[in-house]
Design a protein around this ligand. Structure first.
Ligand SMILES: Cc1ncc(COP(=O)(O)O)c(C=O)c1O
Length: 379
């Protein structure tokens, strides 16, 4: 039996990242900031199609400063997708604001525009609109941006787009990261572009970018000594991390192509299995998903085993798979949050599984995963 570990989404690095990292090291720009940070910001902003990028220590830090930029503060409400990672929601609480959790719709798995609209309508009637909306582009797939942007514009509430999982995705020809007044990316270890750990805030407003970089370096006033007139944060990315990120960015299109190929492999191999369906692009002409992770839904009645049985069978064969994010409204910490829930995210969490999707997986690895899944049906 093959026992080499198959990971869910591990970093995929090349000699180019090594070369840039050594360049940073050899030039002694190992301390925070430096030329690779400036270049990584400019190259990433250009890739996404935004004016400015601010390289930060994490995607969570980028959401924190993005919300602050949008004026979120004590007692404000912020609407956010409930089907997401906690990093989308925690920063709302850092600012003393209150998350309001909005359910998904079943096609994109992202924020349901209808639920968003009725929640905004209800708040407008009470005269207390949220300070910001945080829709998440989940698992490499964009939201229904036309509808969401139109609704938010009508109520005049700004969007912070959490595209942590969707670098390189697009909707109607526009890249993820273009849809928020402020958008963010994550470069943590499991993302297609990783800097080991890191994130970026994207904006078209030069003064906003300057402000974010100022806050992220402890709000250090321009004075010969350390002077601070505002609360600061230690959130900047290091030059070493940025060097790795620049190398990763050079490969992004190849990496996405391989992830999409992996999705295609799983689709072909599992298509004839009753009770298994994949997270698909709702319309190939409008959505381009990076397939960061291939996600499946398992109907236990039709398949003959549930998603947990599949996950455990994969784990027994040294293969890492992960349930879909546990929705925030089911998390003990967010139990008290207001919400607009239809049950869609509950169903996706109950039946959903993320399959290994590393861009360096071989076809033999993929065959091994599929064999275990098929075996669950007959066991
Ligand atoms: C949807 C989403 N938002 C935010 C984050 C936070 O990013 P980071 O881990 O870089 O802080 C992540 C993930 O890592 C994420 O998946």
């Amino acid at each position: 039996m093959t026992t080499s570990r198959i990971y869910l989404s591990r970093p995929h690095v090349s000699l180019r990242e090594r070369e840039l990292l050594l360049d940073a090291f050899d030039s002694n720009w190992v301390a925070p900031l430096g030329p690779h940070v400036d270049a990584f910001e400019a190259e990433t902003a250009a890739y996404i199609g935004r004016g400015y990028g601010c390289a930060l220590s994490s995607g969570t830090a980028a959401i924190h400063l993005g919300l602050k930029l949008l004026g979120v503060g004590e007692g404000d409400e912020v609407f956010v997708s409930t089907l997401t990672f906690s990093g989308s929601v925690n920063p709302i609480c850092y600012l003393g604001a209150r998350p309001v959790l909005i359910d998904s719709e079943s096609e994109t798995w992202n924020m349901d525009p209808n639920l968003l609209e009725s929640a905004l309508k209800e708040r407008a009637a009470k005269g207390s609109l949220p300070k910001a909306i945080v829709p998440v582009d989940l698992y490499g797939q964009c939201c229904r941006w036309d509808e969401i942007a139109d609704i938010c514009a009508r109520y005049d509430v700004p969007i912070l787009e959490d595209s942590a999982e969707a670098q390189g995705a697009s909707y109607k020809g526009r890249r993820a990261g273009q849809f928020g007044r402020v958008s963010i990316l994550s470069f943590n270890g499991n993302k297609i572009v990783t800097t080991s750990g890191g994130g970026m805030l994207l904006t078209d407003d030069e003064s906003a970018a300057r402000k974010v970089r100022f806050w992220a370096t402890q709000s250090r006033d321009p004075a010969p000594y350390y002077q601070h007139s505002e609360l600061g944060y230690n959130y900047r990315m290091s030059n070493l991390s940025a060097a790795v990120g620049r190398g990763q960015l050079e490969w992004i299109d190849e990496r996405i192509a391989r992830r999409r190929e992996i999705f295609g492999f799983y689709k072909k191999a599992l298509d004839d299995m009753p009770g298994v369906s994949l997270m698909e692009e709702p319309d190939r002409n409008e959505w381009f998903s990076t397939k960061w992770l291939t996600c499946i839904l398992v109907d236990p009645e039709k398949f003959g085993a549930d998603r947990e049985a599949i996950r455990l069978a994969l784990a027994a064969d040294n293969i890492e798979a992960r349930p879909i994010w546990k929705p925030m409204h089911l998390q003990p910490f967010f139990a008290g949050c207001d919400r607009a829930i239809s049950g869609v995210a509950d169903g996706i969490f109950r039946d959903g599984l993320c399959l290994p999707s590393c861009s360096d997986m071989s076809d033999e690895d993929l065959e091994r995963v599929v064999k275990v899944i098929r075996g669950c049906r007959t066991s």
